[in-house]
Write a protein that binds this ligand. Structure first.
Ligand SMILES: Cc1cc2nc3c(=O)[nH]c(=O)nc-3n(C[C@H](O)[C@H](O)[C@H](O)COP(=O)(O)OP(=O)(O)OC[C@H]3O[C@@H](n4cnc5c(N)ncnc54)[C@H](O)[C@@H]3O)c2cc1C
Length: 695
């Protein structure tokens, strides 16, 4: 039912009919403000008439009506409004005085002009009129201004909300623009030339690269209360947004004279309205940053994980805005005694539903759920998000601000279409799966489309088309096979969800299986390795594919006269099965003159006999360590000293690229050391690229 309604909504959007219905209109209508303020001021005077009823004197007593028109004209002139606005105020007067004109119909514009010019001939300032007023009067300016301000404030608050909402979007557009310009510099040596100085090194080492505190990749906290810490650059971007949001949420034109409502009510309504509008302005950004964003990553170089960081924080502040809006209005309804009249109407019910849904949505987005129940998180996230936007739509349907929802629906649909296109281009190839050891799965996928190309370090979302798995998609780094043309290779390390199911399936099938797969991607972007004199690729355990494929690419790019360029590949590995899986690639690296250093951090089996003929009786570990081939592959035992390796790599070079992927702790340490080395080597350009992503 809900889906049918959403479908209907999207269809209507296409025709533009809903867009018209729920469009945001400018609330500060000066004709209305002028008419209201003048009416209030003039009704405080005693006109020389006995007519009774609401607005009776200003509607029916011609000197009062003439004063009203004059007053409105004065207000509109002071705001530089044109004749058209003045004529619109005639319509407002007709609405105001509807009860008195019922018999004769609306007063025509000609008649209003006649009354206006007639009044002009006799009009006098109110200060000069002593007793009851029998001629057209110019109201007291100070008092009139107070009424104008009282009427202007709430309407202006709504319009300012729209402008401020757009301001928040512009802030993020600015961030994307700056990122795009910076990203553009990655395609030439300009960045290294312009930004290679101590000031930039200081800024990058202190304010860009490191995690805000503790770690970036590894979660902090305990049990349920765990989360990820953004980098300092991400924090600065978020800080700018939070400050801007705070300022935009706290500037109001209150009416200190409390002419229309007391200060408490004004605070409640102004704040609630502003927060509600700002919440809506977050919708498109949240959807945009939460999508797969291949185009935006390509344009700006911002990683998916950073987009997700922004998505999360925008979502949290949207929740705060929603809560302010909901609590503010509920409290106002309570103190002004209208709660019982509104609580079950559509506007309030949908608002309540939206608030509850978004609170549940944010709760189930906690890192605890993402880490332990990822699929549950994804499914609830999508369903609750659809529910939330549906209720938000119902909430604003008759009020306006629907454009924000339309924009986010369009972003969402565009993202889905783009993803679908990516999947279609890839096709449905038959992949070969092979189990290595107990927990390593090698997936070989033939490339069926010549349009599909992945660069080194990119990843795809893989769907395994088996009844129990097809609905899940998981990200894995892809590499071109070094032995078979048009073949992609993915190496999967078993975890506890889908990858475990895959492993179990392979165990049942003697370690081999074939199945159709879909791949959505490629995502992520490659680094321009040819711009660097020295390159250090650091991989920890299963984080091998990204640095490996980039190192191979860099090795292939090396030319004969590139003697001054060096490539070092460092792999810290504990699991010998992994060595087996990547044996060929490691050989290729060596053939490409890449300095390969493999650090074995697992248990040493020195005591194992290596005498001829005895290897057959050894376990895998023993055999690998004992055979000459493997002894050649492993260059060091124990953990690599990353700091020293960076120092070594940067000495004698003007620029160094560090690419790292591995366990969370491993990449965090490398990031920290890279930042330190950036600071110490201010006269050189050191770039740190982290292939690991966590969200
Ligand atoms: C850009 C990127 C590239 C990756 N490349 C590789 C690779 O080449 N080889 C490899 O073995 N692993 C890779 N991973 C990790 C891999 O995606 C997860 O190990 C896999 O999704 C776990 O699936 P599961 O259901 O068995 O996990 P679970 O046991 O359910 O969860 C294990 C961990 O994986 C995370 N996770 C689960 N599903 C997803 C998902 N759909 N998207 C993101 N994170 C998820 C969970 O938050 C949890 O922290 C990569 C991850 C990313 C983000």
């Amino acid at each position: 039912m809900l889906f049918a309604q959403i479908l209907l909504l999207l269809m209507c959007l296409a025709s533009g009919s809903i867009a018209k219905h729920t469009a945001t209109v400018k609330r500060t209508q000066w004709d209305q403000i002028a008419i209201n303020a003048c009416a209030k001021e003039l009704e405080s005077y005693k006109f020389d008439t006995d007519v009774k009823g609401r607005h009776a004197s200003i509607c029916t007593y011609e000197p009062a009506l003439g004063s009203w028109l004059h007053c409105a004209k004065g207000v509109l002139d002071s705001k530089k409004k044109n004749k058209e606005t003045f004529e619109k105020s005639f319509g407002r007067i007709n609405q105001f005085c509807n009860d008195y004109h019922r018999k004769d119909g609306d007063v025509s514009n000609e008649e209003f002009y006649r009354i206006f010019s007639n009044a002009s001939a006799f009009i006098r300032p109110i200060g000069e009129v002593k007793e009851s007023v029998s001629c057209p009067v110019i109201p007291d300016k100070a008092s009139l201004d107070r009424w104008v301000w009282a009427y202007f404030g709430p309407l202006d608050n709504l319009d300012k909300g729209n402008v401020y909402g757009i301001t928040i979007c512009l802030y993020w557009l600015g961030v994307l623009f700056i990122a795009a310009v910076y990203h553009l510099l990655n395609f030439s040596r300009l960045k290294q030339t312009v930004l290679r100085n101590r000031v930039s090194a200081f800024l990058r080492a202190h304010y860009v690269l490191p995690a805000l505190i503790h770690n970036h990749a590894m979660s902090v906290g305990r049990w349920f209360f765990i989360g990820l810490v953004p980098t300092r650059l991400e924090t600065l971007v978020l800080l700018g947004y939070v400050l801007l949001h705070g300022v935009l949420l706290s500037s109001y034109n209150f009416d200190r004279n409390e002419l229309l409502s007391d200060h408490k009510s004004q605070v409640l309504i102004f704040l609630s309205d502003r927060a509600g509008i700002l919440a809506f302005a977050h919708f498109p950004l949240i959807v945009l940053f939460g999508g797969k964003n291949s185009i935006m990553t390509w344009l700006t170089g911002i990683k998916y994980t950073a987009f997700i960081t922004y998505h999360k924080w925008l979502g949290r502040f949207m929740l705060v805005d929603c809560a302010i809006h909901a609590i503010g209005y509920t409290y106002h309804a309570y103190i002004e005694n209208y709660w019982k009249y509104v609580k079950y109407n559509d506007l309030w019910t949908s608002g309540r539903h939206a608030m509850i849904i978004v609170a549940v949505l944010v709760f189930f987005s906690f890192f605890f759920f993402r880490r332990h129940y990822y699929e549950f998180f994804v499914i609830t996230h999508i369903i609750l998000a659809i529910g939330f936007f549906y209720e938000a739509w119902r909430h604003c349907y008759k009020l306006g601000w629907g454009e924000w929802i339309i924009a986010c629906a369009l972003f969402w649909v565009a993202d889905r279409i783009l993803r679908l296109i990516k999947i279609i281009i890839f096709g449905i190839p038959l992949a070969k799966l092979k189990l290595h050891g107990e927990s390593m799965i090698q997936v070989k996928i033939p490339k069926s489309s010549k349009w599909w190309r992945a660069e080194a370090g990119q990843y795809v979302y893989l769907y395994f088309l088996k009844p129990k798995m097809f609905w899940q998609s998981h990200p894995f780094t892809v590499m071109d096979s070094l032995v078979e043309d048009d073949m992609l290779v993915i190496v999967i390390t078993m975890k506890n969800g889908l990858t475990k199911k895959l492993q179990e399936y392979l165990v049942q099938n003697e370690g081999h299986a074939e199945m159709r797969v879909l791949a959505e991607g490629p995502y992520g972007h490659s680094t321009r390795t040819y711009l660097f004199e020295s390159m250090l690729f650091v991989a920890g355990g299963t984080g091998m594919p990204g640095p490996l494929s980039m190192a191979i690419k860099a090795g292939q790019e090396l030319k004969n006269n590139d003697d001054y360029r060096t490539i070092k590949f460092v792999w810290s590995v504990r699991n010998l099965e992994l060595l087996e899986v990547y044996k060929k690639e490691v050989m290729v690296l060596k053939e490409l003159n890449v300095d390969v250093r493999i650090y074995y951090t697992g248990e040493r089996k020195d005591e194992l006999s290596v005498e001829e003929g005895t290897t057959a009786n050894m376990n895998m570990q023993g055999r690998l360590l004992a055979t000459p081939k493997t002894a050649e592959t492993i260059t060091d035992f124990g953990r690599p000293n990353i700091g020293e390796l960076i120092e070594e790599a940067v000495s004698g070079a003007n620029s160094l690229l560090i690419v790292c992927c591995g366990s969370e702790g491993f990449v965090d340490k490398t990031r920290e050391l890279a930042a330190k080395k950036v600071l110490e080597n201010g006269e050189k350009w050191i770039e740190y690229v982290e292939e690991f992503q966590n969200w």
